[in-house]
Ligand binder design. Structure first.
Ligand SMILES: [Cu+2]
Length: 153
């Protein structure tokens, strides 16, 4: 009976556990607020945004990400040509010592191609970020409503 009580207490604790952390530390990297936007259907492309701060003294580079819910995940940069914003794929993005790389609407972002299912608001999905020096780092993206322009703080 004590064992059962213990298991029940543990279950209650798990049920009350907060959402996965929106702050991930890996080596000298601090990753904040990975988030995405809801999509209407499987097969759509989706975005991935977050900030990565390099608290170390050596340069780092984000090489990309692997997301299980997408056929392929690309690293995109957005450039403005007058009033027209254009996306292009980039090999990597630098994170200088003491610097922060921001992936945000209108700028650099992860692009999930050919998603396996629609992304529902309030849901989460896992990706593994790939860094030149730190290697793979697992994060979870929080899906915001389709119109969201920034991460909830
Ligand atoms: Cu893109």
């Amino acid at each position: 009976m004590p064992r059962l009580a213990h298991a029940t207490a543990l279950l209650a604790l798990l049920a009350a556990a907060p959402a996965p952390p929106e702050r991930v530390e890996a080596g000298k990297l601090v990753i904040l607020h990975p988030w995405s936007r809801a999509t209407a259907a499987a097969g759509a492309s989706a975005v991935g945004y977050l900030t990565i701060t390099n608290t170390g003294t050596a340069p780092e580079r984000l090489l990309g990400a692997d997301c299980a819910n997408a056929g392929m995940t690309m690293l995109h940069a957005t450039t403005r040509d007058g009033a027209v914003a254009r996306m292009r794929a980039v090999e990597s993005l630098p994170i200088p010592p003491g610097g922060t790389l921001t992936l945000a609407p209108g700028g650099n972002h992860l692009m999930l191609m050919d998603t396996r299912e629609a992304l529902a608001p309030g849901s989460r999905f896992a990706c593994t970020l790939r860094f030149a020096h730190q290697g793979p780092v697992a994060v979870e993206f929080a899906v915001q409503p389709a119109g969201a322009a920034k991460a909830p703080m």
